[in-house]
Each structure stands twice: as structure tokens, then as C-alpha cells.
Design a protein around this ligand. Structure first.
Ligand SMILES: N[C@@H](CCC(=O)N[C@@H](CS)C(=O)NCC(=O)O)C(=O)O
Length: 222
């Protein structure tokens, strides 16, 4: 426990975003696994560092910063530990604002909509066909938009912004892997498929996915 960074996490898309970024940055960090199926994230000890009671949360004892919300955590890590901007873009540049736009697109669009699709299709005790269709189709629409963004940047890609991996790629790829579990096939989005394959060819990204434990399976095209 000598590292200054501690990540409270679980093997879900939001948790994986942060461990992927930490691995890309080559940082050492302690992992505190919180099995969210046991509701440990609602216990007072965790609520004291994140009143929202959701993973992930990062504590950096070297700066005294405790931070939650994945886009905020990753932006903090980029500003603090990616000074060369290998995995992010410099403040004020055209790429910086595109990075911001597509990060918001994930955080306010794909994340919440796909999260609801997962809930109504896989976990809800009540069978609500309208909710299942609404959130699955909105998720499908959003991945159509993601496909458009990859097309727009195709000459530089396969990345969402510019000519290298950056924050929106990292925020979006963990969510994309579970599309088939809600009835959306990768074949509908050829550029998304190519983008996933390219990102998963990077060992650091695979390592980040395996925190705190290995994911169930990879798509067969990876
Ligand atoms: N907007 C938050 C979402 C975090 C979130 O929803 N985390 C989920 C796991 S992916 C969670 O902790 N769920 C447990 C719960 O809701 O109690 C972020 O980006 O960090």
C-alpha cells in the first residue's frame, strides 16, 4: 500500500475506464475492489469519500485530491500525469474541444442510455417492454452517431479525435463491449468494430479491463 494512488472500483464499464487510463499512463496504484452487488458502495465508509455511493473513486494522496465521476477522474489524471499529452489533448486546441464534446457525448448520452438499457433488459424484476425498446433503440441510435464520428475522423483514426487515443475513446470502449448483451450486434457498426479491435490490441488497455478481475469474455473479432 505504498502507492499514492488508490482506486475504489469494480469490473464494470465505469470502473474499467479509470483502470485503463491508469495502465496507459503506466502509473502504479492500489486497487480497492468494491463488489457493488453487495451494496458496499452505500456504506458510510465509502459515502464519506463519494456521497453518490457509486464506483469508481480515486484518491491521490500525493496531491490530496479525492475525485469521483469518471470523466472528472480521467481529466484530473490527464492534467496531472499526462504532461506530454500522449493520451489527451492540450487545453485550448481544436482537438481539446472535440475531446470535451465526445466525452460529454459518452457521459450524458451513451452511459446513461445504455445503463438504462442494461437495467431494463437484464436486471429489472418487472418486464417492461416499452422501457426495454426505448433504451435499446436510443442506445442503437447513439452508436450510429459514434460510427459517424469515427467516419468523420477516419483519415486520422481509428480514434474518435485526432491521430491518437484520448479521453473519449477510453470512456466509451468499455461500454461498447456489452452491446450484444442488450441485443445490438457489432456488425451494425463496422467502424466501431474496427475501433474496438484496434484499442484492444494494446496490452495496457487489456490490463485495465482486467481490474479488479478478468472480464467474462471478449467479442470474437478481437
Ligand atoms: N456517472 C458516474 C456513474 C458511476 C456508476 O454508475 N457506477 C456504477 C457502476 S458502472 C455503480 O457504482 N453502481 C452501483 C450503484 O448504483 O449502487 C461515473 O461516471 O462515474
Amino acid at each position: 500500500m505504498s502507492e499514492s494512488l488508490t482506486l475504489y472500483t469494480w469490473g464494470t464499464p465505469n470502473g474499467q475506464k479509470v483502470s485503463i487510463f491508469l495502465e496507459l499512463l503506466g502509473l502504479k496504484y492500489n486497487v480497492k475492489p468494491l463488489d457493488i452487488s453487495t451494496n458496499v458502495q452505500k456504506e458510510p465508509e465509502f459515502l464519506a469519500i463519494n456521497p453518490n455511493g457509486r464506483i469508481p473513486t480515486l484518491v491521490d494522496s500525493s496531491t490530496g485530491i479525492t475525485i469521483s465521476e469518471t470523466a472528472a477522474i480521467i481529466t484530473y489524471l490527464a492534467d496531472t500525469y499526462d504532461k506530454e499529452r500522449k493520451f489527451s489533448y492540450e487545453y485550448g486546441t481544436k482537438e481539446y474541444y472535440k475531446q470535451l464534446e465526445l466525452t460529454y457525448f459518452q457521459m450524458a448520452g451513451i452511459g446513461p442510455m445504455q445503463g438504462q438499457a442494461h437495467f431494463f433488459i437484464k436486471y429489472s424484476k418487472e418486464d417492461l417492454p416499452f422501457a426495454k425498446t426505448r433504451y435499446r433503440e436510443e442506445t442503437r441510435r447513439l452508436y450510429g452517431v459514434l460510427e459517424d464520428w469515427l467516419k468523420i475522423n477516419e483519415a486520422n483514426g481509428p480514434y474518435l479525435v485526432g491521430d491518437h487515443i484520448s479521453i473519449p475513446d477510453i470512456c466509451t470502449v468499455p461500454w461498447s463491449l456489452s452491446l450484444p448483451s442488450i441485443g445490438i450486434e457489432f456488425e451494425e457498426f463496422p467502424l466501431v468494430k474496427k475501433w474496438i479491435k484496434n484499442l484492444l490490441s494494446q496490452p495496457e488497455i487489456v490490463k485495465g479491463f482486467n481490474v479488479p478481475s478478468a472480464p467474462r469474455s471478449w467479442p470474437d473479432f478481437v
